[in-house]
Design a protein around this ligand. Structure first.
Ligand SMILES: *[C@@H]1O[C@H](CO)[C@@H](O)[C@H](O)[C@H]1NC(C)=O
Length: 223
């Protein structure tokens, strides 16, 4: 029995580490909790630039985390966060918050979101449904350290410190992350579901991840 258990857990452990093609699938976060989340795996430890894109659907009118990346010294090394104010979304880099106002955030509608940052200029920009935000300064320093990326919760400390009042409830799909700033043309293509280069840090078509709690993988709904 013990041997079977060891074998099973090895099997599960191994299968979790195999990248999966999530094309045509979405993550469903059907419940507000301080536990349910998806951890996305990358071996990258040093980022001098970033683009993160995703599509989401939610009816949340409170604050929540779209994307939470932490390193041991900074829980908000990269945080994309819906502010309590309806049209404000922040992009935090290395614990420095940048609030982008006047965003066309909608409930009960699939929307695309892309956020970019590069250390060289230090600036961030956000794109909702292909529409750009103002460019704002955040940080000139690289993000360095073993990275933990979480969807569905906001990390208030490295790999944890979740608060259900900041959790995501809804659906997410097509999550990609690049180690460079995607061109506006590619971001436009992403938002229109046309051709764009797959993420070289996180790739929805080859994703290593671990689910904790009630998060479902379902067929994407296009309507
Ligand atoms: C955007 O997508 C179109 C249609 O697939 C493609 O022809 C074009 O090259 C793409 N643009 C870029 C910048 O890749």
């Amino acid at each position: 029995m013990a041997l079977v258990c060891i074998f099973l857990s090895l099997l599960l452990g191994l299968s979790a580490a195999v990248p999966q093609d999530l094309s045509g699938k979405m993550l469903v976060f059907p419940q507000e909790t301080n536990t349910a989340h998806v951890r996305l795996t990358t071996s990258r430890q040093n980022l001098g630039a970033v683009t993160v894109c995703m599509r989401y659907f939610t009816d949340l009118t409170r604050a929540f985390s779209f994307f939470s990346l932490s390193i041991p010294s900074q829980s908000n090394a990269l945080l994309i966060y819906k502010q309590p104010v309806r049209d404000e979304i922040s992009v935090t880099v290395k614990n420095i918050d940048t609030i982008l106002k006047g965003q066309d955030f909608q409930i009960n509608r699939w929307q695309s979101l892309c956020a970019t940052w590069e250390a060289a200029s230090g600036v961030v920009q956000l794109w909702i449904d292909g529409k750009p935000s103002t460019i704002k300064f955040a940080s000139n320093a690289n993000i360095g350290g073993p990275i933990i990326i979480v969807l569905g919760q906001d990390q208030d400390n490295y790999g944890g410190g979740f608060d259900k009042a900041q959790s995501f409830v809804g659906m997410m799909t097509d999550v990609h992350m690049w180690d460079y700033v995607l061109s506006p043309q590619h971001i436009d293509n992403y938002s229109q579901k046309l051709n764009f280069p797959a993420g070289n840090v996180l790739n929805w078509k080859s994703m290593e991840f671990q689910i904790t709690g009630r998060v479902l993988i379902q067929k994407e709904q296009n309507k």
